[in-house]
Ligand binder design. Structure first.
Ligand SMILES: NC(=O)c1ccc[n+]([C@@H]2O[C@H](COP(=O)([O-])OP(=O)(O)OC[C@H]3O[C@@H](n4cnc5c(N)ncnc54)[C@H](O)[C@@H]3O)[C@@H](O)[C@H]2O)c1
Length: 255
């Protein structure tokens, strides 16, 4: 967890999608440690409730967990309205939820394509659409969209995911330019290889695969969920007040 304290993040309403596990859970812990008023949405209710309980014990304030399937845009809108009603206007939105299901190009059906775009891109757009008026009302805000090095490096097993993660950077730039005058900043983070529980279980069960990937990093140390959260804190805080329309790789210099 970061040792940096951002005084301006205290009491700010911070929304995190996909906050129940992995990098999202590190984001919830990190913003709670800054004494932000954190709300997070996730489809995994047991994990979300367990995290809210844990953070309440460690930080003294319970984050607001709202179970939500982000594929359902009406449910997303209702969840965001509930957060606004409980905590007030959002100052920060971290669009983090995603699913990096591997695919073979020839096997992808139109339905599967729509699902991948739904789980990786559509909710990013509609969450931002919902919070922009809230940020305008409070005089500004910061939106942080989670992209990936998958599209920059050209990950062969992730054709739809990579397309969605590239689109997120295009959306980031469009939104940042449109609402910069309202002091709404929009940036993206492109993580490299971050071994979360899911990554280890599904894609990296063998330590040798992880070691091999790390040989491609300029900095050989593991990139952790906390490393991603540190960048998100910086982009959320006023410390980055003149930074918008950017995508930052946090990948140890992955080649
Ligand atoms: N881990 C990595 O190596 C890596 C690399 C590049 C980019 N990223 C990006 O970072 C972000 C976090 O990645 P992660 O590895 O922690 O992912 P993860 O799969 O471990 O966690 C994703 C979270 O999103 C939630 N979620 C998934 N579908 C949902 C839905 N329909 N409705 C609500 N919640 C849903 C999951 O329950 C989970 O809590 C993602 O945007 C991912 O694309 C991760």
């Amino acid at each position: 967890m970061t040792k940096t304290s951002y005084a301006d993040l205290a009491d700010r309403v911070v929304l995190i999608t996909g906050g129940a596990s992995g990098i999202g859970a590190a984001l919830v812990r990190a913003f709670a440690s800054q004494r932000s008023r954190v709300a997070f949405l996730d489809i995994d209710t047991p994990a979300g409730e367990a995290l809210a309980h844990e953070v309440a014990k460690t930080s003294g304030t319970a984050p607001l967990f709202v179970p939500c399937d982000l594929l359902d845009i009406d449910a997303l809108r209702a969840a965001l309205a509930k957060v606004q009603g409980s905590l007030g206007d959002a100052a920060v939105l971290v669009n983090n939820a995603a699913n990096d299901q591997r695919q073979v190009l020839s096997d992808v059906t139109p339905a599967e394509f729509d699902w991948m775009i739904g789980v990786n891109l559509k909710h990013v757009f509609f969450a931002a659409q919902a919070v922009v008026p809230q940020m305008q009302a409070r005089g500004g805000g910061s939106i942080v969209n989670m992209s990936s090095v998958a599209w920059i490096r050209g990950a062969p097993a992730l054709p739809v995911y990579a397309a969605a993660k590239a689109a997120i950077v295009g959306f980031t730039n469009s939104l940042g330019r449109r609402f910069g005058a309202d002091r709404i900043r929009v940036n993206a983070i492109a993580p490299g290889m971050v071994i979360t529980e899911r990554q280890r279980k599904l894609w990296y069960p063998d330590e040798r695969q992880i070691a091999e990937m790390r040989t491609r990093q300029a900095i050989p140390d593991a990139v952790t969920p906390d490393d991603i959260a540190d960048m998100a804190l910086y982009l959320a805080s006023d410390a980055s007040r003149r930074i918008t329309c950017q995508c930052f790789r946090v990948d140890g210099g992955l080649a």
